[in-house]
Design a protein around this ligand. Structure first.
Ligand code: PLP
Length: 491
C-alpha cells in the first residue's frame, strides 16, 4: 500500500505540473466530481483501487508546499523523516489520554516537552509542563483558559467564579491585552471562553508591527481604573504577516508589574529558537507564564504539531480531570501517569513522536540551518523586490515573510494586486499570499511566506517574474475595465 501511495503521489504531481492545479475552483471540482459523487464515495461494494485513485486525484488537485512557487501561507513542505515518523504514529495509533493506550508515547511527549521547555529559556525547565495541541489556535485558547481559571492570588477562588457573565455591563468585565496585530484566534478564544471578543483590548503597534510596551502599561492601568480586571497579556512572537516580534522582555516586565498573566503566541516565531543567529530575537521569552509554539511552521512537521508550554506544572491545574475509566487516582499514585488532565481533548494522537524523530535526526544545528536558510531567502527576496521599480517593498523581513505590492501606473493598486494573485492561482503557476497593511483603500499587499529551504535564488527570480507578468496583465485588464465603466457613466 505504501508503494501504491508513493506512486500515486508522484503521478499526481507530474500530472499537476505546478504548485497547484490550473483552472481554479471550477476545474478542481469538475475533475474530482466523478470520484466524490455519493455513489462513488460510498458504493454498495467496495473498490480495491480506491487508495490509488483517490490519492492520485488528491495529489493532482493539491497545493504543493514543496513547490518553490507555493509561498503564500505558513504552510510548510513537511520533512520526509517527520512524515515517515508520523506514519508510525498512525500505525501504532497511541492515544495520549491514558497511559494504557500510550505507554511509550506518553514518555515521548513528556520528553519532547522537557526539551522545548529548556529551549524557550524558562528559569526552571524541570518544573515546566505542557501538552501537544493542534496549533496556535488551541494553544491561545488554552493560554486564555488557564488565565481565566487561575486561582486568584487574593481570594484563592478562581477567576472563573469572579468573571461576570458577558451580559454584565461592559465596564466590569475582564480584559485581555494584546497587540493590534495579534492573531484573530485570541479574540475568538475570548468569545469561546465567555469573556466576549470585546474583552480584547488591542494595543497599537509601531510601524514595525510590534507592541509598544508603554501603551500596554497605560492600557492595563486604564482598565483597572475603569473597574475592569486585566486577565492576561498576550504577546506575539512573530505576527502572521510582518513576522513582528513584541519586545518580550519589556512586555513581561509590564505584565509582572501589573500582576497579570503573560501568554506568548510564538506559533510562528518560536522556531527561530533552533537558530543560534536568530534566537536572540526572542529574548525574554522565558519570562512568559504560558507559550504556544507551532512546529508545523518553523519546524517543518506535518500538521498538526502545536505545543503549549507552561512555566510551572501547577499552572495547568485548571485542566485537571479525574475520570474513573481513564485515570483513577490510585493508578496515578502507582506511577501510571495519564496525560488526560493536560489537554482539552480526550482521544489525542501521538504528535510528539514525529517531533522527537526530527529533533534527533537533524539536531539543533540542522533545524537552525533550515530556519536561517528561509530567513536568508526572505531577505534576498526583499532585496530583489526593492530593486524592481514596479514593485514596492512594505518592510524589511523579520522572519521569513515579505510584504510588497505591484505598483500600477494608473489603475487602482488594490484591484490590480488582488487580480494578479487570482490570475496566478487560476493559472496554477504560483500561490502567493494577499493581506492588508492597515485598512481602507491602498491597503492590499502581496505576501511571500518563504518556508521551503530548498528554494533557490533562481526560484525567487522566477516567482517574481511570474508576479510581474501577472501584474502587467492585471493592470491592462483594470485599465480596460475602468475605461468601460467611464464610458458607461458618460452614456
Ligand atoms: C499560525 C498562527 C496561529 C494559529 O495557529 P494554528 O496552528 O493555525 O492553529 C496563531 N498565532 C500566530 C501568530 C500564527 O502565526
Amino acid at each position: 500500500m505504501l508503494d501504491v501511495v508513493l506512486a500515486a503521489l508522484r503521478d499526481g504531481a507530474v500530472r499537476r505540473g505546478g504548485p497547484l492545479p490550473a483552472g481554479g475552483p471550477d476545474a478542481v471540482a469538475w475533475n474530482l466530481a466523478p470520484l466524490l459523487a455519493p455513489r462513488a464515495l460510498l458504493p454498495d461494494t467496495g473498490d480495491p483501487q480506491a487508495l490509488r485513485l483517490l490519492t492520485e486525484a488528491l495529489a493532482v488537485s493539491a497545493a504543493d508546499p514543496a513547490d518553490p512557487s507555493c509561498a503564500a501561507h505558513l504552510h510548510v513542505p513537511p520533512l520526509a523523516v517527520a512524515t515517515a515518523a508520523d506514519l508510525a504514529a498512525s500505525a501504532l495509533n497511541a492515544s495520549l489520554d491514558s497511559w494504557d493506550q500510550a505507554p511509550g508515547s506518553t514518555s515521548v511527549e513528556l520528553a519532547v516537552l522537557r526539551v522545548l521547555a529548556g529551549l524557550v529559556g524558562f528559569d526552571r525547565p524541570e518544573s515546566a509542563a505542557g501538552v501537544l495541541t493542534t496549533g496556535g489556535t488551541e494553544s491561545n485558547l488554552m493560554g486564555l483558559l488557564l488565565a481565566r481559571d487561575a486561582p486568584s492570588t487574593t481570594t484563592g477562588s478562581t477567576n472563573a467564579a469572579a468573571v461576570p457573565h458577558p451580559a454584565y455591563p461592559a465596564h466590569t468585565r475582564p480584559t485581555i491585552h494584546c497587540s493590534a496585530a495579534a492573531h484573530f484566534s485570541v479574540a475568538r478564544a475570548a468569545a469561546i471562553l465567555g469573556l466576549g471578543a470585546d474583552a480584547v483590548v488591542p494595543v497599537d503597534t509601531g510601524p514595525d508591527g510590534a507592541m509598544d510596551p508603554r501603551l500596554l502599561d497605560w492600557a492595563l492601568a486604564d482598565a483597572r481604573t475603569a473597574g475592569r480586571t486585566p486577565l492576561c497579556v498576550v504577546a506575539t512572537a512573530g505576527t502572521t504577516d510582518l513576522g513582528a516580534i513584541d519586545p518580550l522582555r519589556s512586555v513581561a516586565a509590564v505584565a509582572r508589574r501589573h500582576d497579570v498573566r503573560l501568554h506568548v503566541d510564538a506559533a510562528y516565531g518560536g522556531g527561530v529558537l533552533f537558530s543560534r543567529r536568530l534566537a536572540p530575537l526572542l529574548d525574554g521569552l522565558g519570562q512568559a507564564d504560558t507559550i504556544g509554539l507551532d512546529l508545523h511552521k518553523l519546524g517543518w512537521q506535518p500538521i498538526a504539531a502545536g505545543v503549549l508550554l507552561a512555566r510551572d506544572a501547577s499552572l495547568l491545574a485548571p485542566l485537571e480531570q479525574r475520570v474513573a475509566y481513564l485515570n483513577p487516582e490510585d493508578d496515578e499514585d502507582a506511577g501510571y501517569t495519564s496525560l488526560l488532565g493536560r489537554s482539552l481533548r480526550t482521544t489525542r494522537r501521538a504528535d510528539a513522536f514525529k517531533i522527537a524523530v526530527t529533533l534527533r535526526t537533524l539536531g539543533r544545528d540542522g533545524l537552525g540551518a533550515l530556519v536561517d536558510r528561509c530567513h536568508d531567502l526572505a531577505r534576498e527576496a526583499a532585496a530583489r523586490i526593492a530593486a524592481l521599480p514596479s514593485l514596492e517593498l512594505a518592510a524589511e523581513p523579520v522572519l521569513t515573510t515579505v510584504l510588497f505590492r505591484y505598483l500600477p501606473a494608473r489603475a487602482d493598486p488594490d484591484r490590480v494586486n488582488a487580480a494578479l494573485r487570482r490570475r496566478l492561482l487560476a493559472q496554477g503557476r504560483a500561490v502567493i499570499g494577499r493581506t492588508a497593511l492597515g485598512t481602507g483603500p491602498g491597503s492590499v499587499r502581496l505576501k511571500l511566506t518563504l518556508l521551503n529551504p530548498h528554494t533557490t535564488t533562481a526560484d525567487l527570480d522566477r516567482l517574481l517574474g511570474l508576479v510581474l507578468a501577472a501584474g502587467v496583465r492585471a493592470e491592462r485588464d483594470a485599465e480596460a475595465e475602468a475605461e468601460q465603466e467611464d464610458q458607461e457613466t458618460n452614456l
